[in-house]
Ligand binder design. Structure first.
Ligand SMILES: *Cc1c(COP(=O)(O)O)cnc(C)c1O
Length: 345
């Protein structure tokens, strides 16, 4: 095959979108619902756009059971913009905030927040991410405006298996790469945010779910494709179905890694392994870069793309967002098993 139609996209973000959504967008792109013009040519105050915006908000409320005392906002500025927005809007309440640094993105968020207030690290930064210290050992500041953590560290492959208990201090959570992959009790959170380009749409919009008493300023922006992805998730059976699928897909990949006699290895503690972004090395525990290069080359020959690990980590990373199917992952593990046979180390 080898046509772009059949590429298996394991990219970490921007990432794979459901084919059905792309077909739909293509079909109606020139003339949105027989309006004779494209949605991107219409006023943001047109009834068409206002309907898309409202439908996207409603779909998020429905998919995540968002209570009525929370607002759903669409903002610009990417996930990193939200690092600043969170601190700018919330840290002033007491001047200090608690941060759990479990990898690259929470590290950046903590650094950003130091510009606006005092940042208390809940535990010392590990030299190498890969574990999350027990909550009982965390150094909470009772005066903190909020407790911040990143649910799923996209670069490192570390995922929280629980929501921390903060004794009533509002929780701010970065869910850029895990939103819509598990059911949540939203009432435990003060703010949840996520850049769309990982799991729910194209780049350019950040979803913010915020408890109304924590409110700052809000902005609107275009959410056309995201709304379609959300409808697609509803059609697939909602977040529960996505969660089940995420467990199945990542389970298959981790099983392949652990059955490989250490040919493949994942450096992350088993209890905090991400179901979404799975980093691993090829050719032993610390990886064999030559073999990894070969791995990427041969994967591409089989139309499997974007498997290179983040430059700060190296190795391989497979991102298994909602649009990546179980069949895609089966193709990947089949390739991994064959590669191991053909390239013993
Ligand atoms: C990608 C990512 C970000 C940064 O998002 P941008 O939109 O690129 O700024 C932040 N947090 C997490 C968990 C991410 O995966």
């Amino acid at each position: 095959m080898g046509s772009s139609q059949s590429a298996l996209n394991f990219g970490a973000g921007p990432a794979k979108l459901p084919r059905e959504v792309l077909n739909d967008v293509q079909y109606e792109f020139i003339s949105y619902q027989n309006a004779g013009m494209s949605i991107i040519e219409m006023s943001h105050r047109s009834k068409e756009y206002i309907t898309i915006n409202k439908n996207a908000q409603d779909a998020i409320r429905k998919l995540l059971n968002v209570p009525s005392n929370y607002e759903v906002l669409f903002m610009q500025g990417g996930g990193c913009g939200a690092f600043a927005a969170v601190a700018l809007n919330l840290i002033n309440r007491t001047g200090t905030a608690d941060y759990a640094v479990t990898g690259t993105w929470s590290g950046k968020a903590a650094k950003e927040a130091t510009k606006y207030g005092k940042v208390n690290l809940l535990f010392p930064k590990a030299d190498k991410p890969g574990s999350i210290p027990d909550q009982k050992t965390w150094n909470f500041d009772p005066n903190a405006s909020y407790v911040y953590y990143c649910d799923n560290e996209t670069v490192d492959g570390v995922e929280f298996p629980y929501v921390p208990n903060t004794n009533g201090v509002p929780i701010v959570c970065d869910m850029s790469s895990s939103i819509m992959t598990k059911t949540l009790d939203i009432s435990k959170f003060g703010v949840i945010f996520g850049g769309a380009q990982k799991n729910i749409g194209p780049a350019g919009v950040v979803v913010v779910i915020i408890r109304k008493d924590l409110f700052g300023a809000s902005h609107d922006c275009v959410v056309y494709v995201m709304e379609k992805v959300l409808q697609w998730i509803i059609k697939q059976g909602g977040v529960k179905a996505m969660q089940k699928q995420a467990e199945e897909k990542s389970g298959l990949l981790y099983k392949t890694i652990s059955n490989s006699n250490s040919y493949y290895s994942c450096p992350i503690d088993e209890n905090v392994r991400s179901r979404i972004n799975i980093p691993f090395r090829v050719g032993g525990k610390s990886g064999n870069e030559k073999l990894e290069e070969k791995f990427l080359e041969e994967a591409e020959k089989l139309s499997m793309f974007q498997l290179k690990g983040h430059r700060s980590v190296g190795g391989i990373r497979a991102s298994l967002y909602n649009a990546v199917s179980l069949d895609d992952v089966k193709s990947l593990v089949k390739f991994m098993e064959e590669f191991q046979k053909e390239h013993p180390h």
